[in-house]
Design a protein around this ligand. Structure first.
Ligand code: ATP
Ligand code: MG
Length: 325
């Protein structure tokens, strides 16, 4: 039985302990992800935005179990993967893949593209025969629009955009259902960014993929995402359909973040909201709502406890005592 949602994350928390002193005792913790919940439907893209250090990568890595969450639940196809043993994890590793920001750092410079793409096929025992494997490699190159002769070349012989295509092909090799894209275009030239984004959306349509798309660039996120989630200091402060969030955000942080996007359409122009102060440390976040010291709508209530979730409409929710309406 498959549920409507491919991925469902409930109350996920990840803390990194900080060891110190003579005996290496735990002296504190970085609260990288706090009580985060969201769902992604099959074939959809959830965009994940927020300033540097707010916990986007940590969240992505927890979903792949590259990091063990401190608490919470991750349901994939309705099953909690945190209870999976090694055998089930092995099968899951085929289904969930990740693409990173820096395509050069994630490719072994001493391996040809052919061996890079063959590796996942070998690890997961796909395509025994040489001929069959060759056919699959050509198919993968074709899917990411790279020429056949790429197989015998090395990563340094390619441009940044082409290298990211190689990384995408490597992720596709094992026929995944779900891909965590961790800032896949942030390191690329703007002109190349659009090509890679279009490739990802085409692949999504053709192969029925589901994405968690992490990015800094809000324009890119709006373009690619079905829904968008905003994080601030480890917390998911707002989540909504992409169009709804851009037009009708409720959380002051979302409003401030989106007011900084340059727009071509004058009817969409809003006054830019400049936030005062720096992002506090996730080791020692402010009491109550972590955003309150920088928030122009903050009241005493905001300093007491973290606001619980308010459902606005449909899948739109926010965590704020004094939302914008
Ligand atoms: N292995 C680790 N050990 C200790 N702290 C960590 C570790 N990995 C991440 N952190 C901390 O957790 C917090 C969240 O980091 P994370 O990399 O998830 O942020 P991010 O939103 O992906 O940032 P960026 O936009 O810069 O990529 C940061 O304060 C970071 O320093
Ligand atoms: Mg990151």
């Amino acid at each position: 039985m498959s549920s409507e949602y491919l991925l469902e994350v409930n109350n996920l928390t990840k803390r990194f302990p900080i060891k110190g002193g003579l005996f290496g005792r735990e002296v504190g913790a970085v609260k990288a992800v706090n009580d985060v919940s969201f769902k992604i439907k099959r074939g959809e893209t959830l965009g994940l935005v927020g300033e540097s250090g707010c916990g986007k990568t940590t969240l992505g890595r927890c979903i792949l179990r590259l990091l063990e969450p401190t608490s919470g639940e991750i349901l994939y196809n309705g099953q909690n993967i945190l209870n999976y043993g090694p055998k089930e994890m092995r099968e899951l590793r085929r289904k969930i893949q990740i693409i990173f920001q820096d395509p050069y750092a994630s490719l072994n410079p001493r391996m040809t593209i052919g061996s890079i793409l063959s590796e996942p096929l070998r690890i997961h025992n796909l395509f025994e025969g040489k001929k069959e494997r060759q056919k699959r490699l050509y198919e993968l190159l074709d899917q990411v629009q790279l020429p056949k002769d790429a197989l015998n070349k090395y990563p340094h012989e390619f441009s940044g955009g082409q290298r990211q295509r190689v990384c995408i092909a490597r992720a596709l090799a094992v026929e995944p259902d779900f891909i965590v894209c961790d800032e896949p275009v942030s390191a690329l030239d703007v002109s190349v960014q659009a090509q890679v984004i279009n490739l990802l959306t085409d692949l999504q349509k053709d192969l029925g993929l589901t994405y968690l798309f992490i990015a800094h660039d809000l324009k890119v996120v709006e373009y690619i995402s079905t829904k968008v989630a905003v994080m601030y200091l480890g917390n998911m402060v707002e989540l909504a359909e992409a169009s709804e969030l851009y037009g009708d955000s409720r959380h002051p942080y979302t409003k401030a973040l989106f007011s900084a996007i340059p727009v071509a359409d004058p009817s969409r122009k809003t006054d830019r909201i400049l936030l005062e102060g720096d992002i506090p440390s996730p080791m020692n976040p402010p009491a109550g709502c972590h955003f309150h010291p920088r928030c122009w709508k903050a009241t005493d209530e905001c300093k007491t406890a973290y606001p619980s979730r308010t459902d606005a409409s449909g899948s739109h929710y926010y965590r704020c005592y004094n939302p914008i309406n």
